[in-house]
Design a binder for this molecule. Structure first.
Ligand code: FAD
Length: 330
């Protein structure tokens, strides 16, 4: 399903390479961002807050924003009761440069955005093609920039289908494991796995946050995966982190919303996204069960095939994806 025809440079949906997004966000911020300092803990008083780092340094300010991801130390200190559970699903991801050979392995329909393979035994593969709108001559205009057009893939299944120690596997073992789990998959897709640079492969134990009640507002704000890690079921974890960032900036700068309102709204929409994502990708889904899993898979495939063939259903499905990802949000 192609993305909607672009009409607005800023608000339209786009495929985003995280690495490129980071480069863009970092532009003009080199004197502000400091890398390599491992946050350990904070101390706050009535008037200020100090963040401490493993290298012995510290920084004092008005506010600390914990945007330190799923294993957030800021959250661990602020909300020690908050839990992040395993979803029961494990994935292996990898990245392949887009070349003549790899391009020929993929169907045309995958190129404009995202491709999803729904396979028996609760296995799935997501394919994400990243083609940049390069200028004349092609390639990055920045000398030394390693960015290239590429395909990201991620193969997922119930954790019981993987060796117990898969999260400790190195790149070559992850590629071998992916091939071992997909012996009857399309040879083209298996060739794509084989051509993956093992150094880009990583295992992911997919996790999901357990909702927490609201807390008294202080000088510590949480955003993104640090508070509401979700499974990739809806593909909105990063979207929700960006929504948090946008709302928090407005709360801190415009005076029209307060940090308390930011926290209340963020908890509502953040944990709603956690629940909706878990319903789509979680180890307790029917597709992971024997026998009934086959029926569930047949049902999913029939739904998608019908939706693809009936224009009214297709429009409705497209609109629902757009809304889920926040396309028509204020
Ligand atoms: C397989 C997979 C596919 C996904 N696909 C999508 C998708 O299609 N669309 C989407 O919207 N989302 C997707 N997501 C979710 C998305 O990746 C996350 O929601 C997003 O990265 C969260 O951003 P964040 O800034 O909150 O946390 P992170 O991206 O995890 O960033 C946290 C940062 O904090 C740093 N940090 C951690 N601890 C410390 C410390 N102690 N001291 C200093 N720094 C620290 C880390 O190094 C990191 O740079 C996907 C996730 C997975 C696992």
């Amino acid at each position: 399903m192609p993305l909607r025809t672009p009409t607005d440079d800023v608000n339209d949906e786009k495929s985003v390479s995280r690495m490129t997004l980071r480069q863009v966000l970092y532009t003009g911020m080199t004197d502000v961002v400091r890398f390599g300092s491992d946050f350990t803990h904070y101390e706050q008083t009535e008037t200020e807050i100090t963040a401490y780092f493993a290298d012995g340094s510290s920084v004092t300010g008005d506010l600390l924003v914990g945007a330190d991801g799923t294993n957030s130390r800021v959250r661990a200190q602020k909300l020690p009761h908050a839990r992040v559970d395993d979803s029961g699903v494990v994935a292996i991801g990898g990245k392949v440069p887009l070349t003549g050979e790899t391009r020929a392995l993929l169907p045309e329909g995958v190129f404009p955005g995202i491709g999803l393979v729904l396979a028996p035994r609760g296995m799935a593969c997501i394919l994400h093609v990243m083609e940049f709108p390069w200028g004349p001559g092609g390639g990055s205009p920045v000398p030394g920039d390693p960015t290239v057009d590429h395909v990201n893939w991620g193969v997922s299944a119930h954790r019981d289908r993987f060796p117990a120690d898969v999260t400790g596997f190195d790149g070559p073992r992850l590629v071998a494991q992916t091939l071992a789990m997909t012996p009857r998959w399309s040879p083209a897709l298996r060739r794509l796995f084989t051509l993956t640079d093992p150094a880009t492969c990583f295992p992911i134990n997919i996790r999901t946050s357990v909702p927490v009640p609201a807390w008294p507002t202080d000088r510590v704000m949480l955003l993104g995966d640090a508070i509401h890690t979700m499974t990739p079921g809806q593909g909105v974890g990063a979207n929700t982190a960006l929504r948090d960032a946008h709302n928090l900036v407005r709360a801190l700068t415009s005076g029209s919303r307060s940090p308390q309102v930011y926290e209340r709204q963020m908890l509502d929409y953040g944990f709603a996204a956690v629940a909706a994502s878990k319903a789509r990708t979680g180890g307790d889904q029917l597709v992971h069960r024997p026998v009934i899993g086959r029926l569930a898979l047949a049902g999913q495939r029939a739904f998608l095939r019908t939706t693809d063939r009936v224009p009214a259903l297709k429009r409705k499905f497209e609109a629902s994806l757009y809304t889920t990802r926040g396309g028509d949000r204020e």
